[in-house]
Design a protein around this ligand. Sequence first.
Ligand code: HEC
Length: 412
Amino acid sequence: MDEQRHNRQEGSASKRGIAKLLSFGALSLFAMLVLSACGPDGEKPYSTVSPASTQADDIHSLYKLVFWLSLVVFVGVQFAIVYLSLRYRRKKSDTKRPPQVHGHKQLELVWTIIPAVVLLILLVPTLNILFDHDAQAREGTLQVDVYGKQWWWEFHLGEDQVQDGASLDVVTANEIVIPVNRNTVFNLRSNNVIHSFWVPQLGGKLDVIPGHVNSFAITPTRTGEFYGECAEFCGAQHAWMRFKITVVEEDEFYAWVNNWRTSPAVSANQQEEGSGVIQAPQKFSVCLSCHTYNGAENSKALTGINAYANYGPDLTMLACRETFAAGMMEMTPENLKQWLLDPDSIKPGNYMSTMIGPGMAVEFTEEEADEFVEFFFSMIPEGGCMSPDGWNVSTGDAPAATPESTEATPAA
Ligand code: HEC
């Protein structure tokens, strides 16, 4: 009698367990569907499953292989559990212990060999892709040197095979443009701490290590804007160390290079009327102690590996950037003004605020800040700013640029 009641209780407990499991399963499925519908491709910039380069596509193919193999193993194991537990259930008539299979040689062999085969199936294409990518990193047709700074990225466009190996000599920050369908090699360097360079849609993560150069290739297969970020904790503003790679057709890429290189002459010194030199705000010379600006007189702040912590981004074509302070602030006149008045209130601990801001060596009045904002927004190139859909400022068509026309003024 007691035993019967006990069995009934056990039965209803297990029913409750199954009901719980089912509702948890349904909830997970629902959450998965809702989250996966969180917007089209373009709104998931950190998606690792929408590759836009041959390298990201290779990585994605490995991911798919792992996924399908795991699915086969998962389904197989679930079926085996259900089948075995039904087939070998204890019957009413069973009174003795069932025969024990401990130390069963064939079984041991089977469940050693199956995982080994699965791992082997994964190993072969993985090694293949590793060696392939390594070779591609040594065969680029365009070199980009990347410097991980605290807390932003400096990009130098270097040697270009289309220009017979000449250097493009373009220096920019956080936002860079590269041509579609070309193998561009990114050489990662740091002179401070370890960072990690990651653009999910274009390639895998790679560490940026002081005293060592890590290179990898990106061959974009479609145009568009691809977002990246630092993936290794590197200090207070690590979360605001984002960047963007804009992939465009080759002629637009050279037009952008050309725009950067032909940036007009600028000076903070008093200019004569009609000198052809653009008058920058008087305090621009203060900026140039940390920043570079192509075309500016006395633009000679250190860049690259030699730069000290407080040296800042190149400011050429600043107003063409979508954001500033490494993805933190949208590029609007109001935000830029706020930054100039008090950079520390926006990005606490950034090295610009060791010199600029309330109570620091250089403090701006509202008027001075306005003057700077106006200056930067007036320095948009004639052909407008680059965007993946073409040129988004209607001051004319994109400059007719051919690879040869990039021989204009090199960086200051
Ligand atoms: C002490 C060195 C220093 C001085 C002087 C300085 N800056 Fe900066 N600036 C920096 C650093 C470092 C950053 C990068 C901050 C970050 O994103 O972490 C920066 C960032 C910026 C940015 C954002 C750029 C981008 O693309 O993210 C602007 C704009 C800027 N500075 C303008 C100016 C102007 C204008 C002046 C002169 C009035 C000036 N800075 C003076 C060091 C300096």
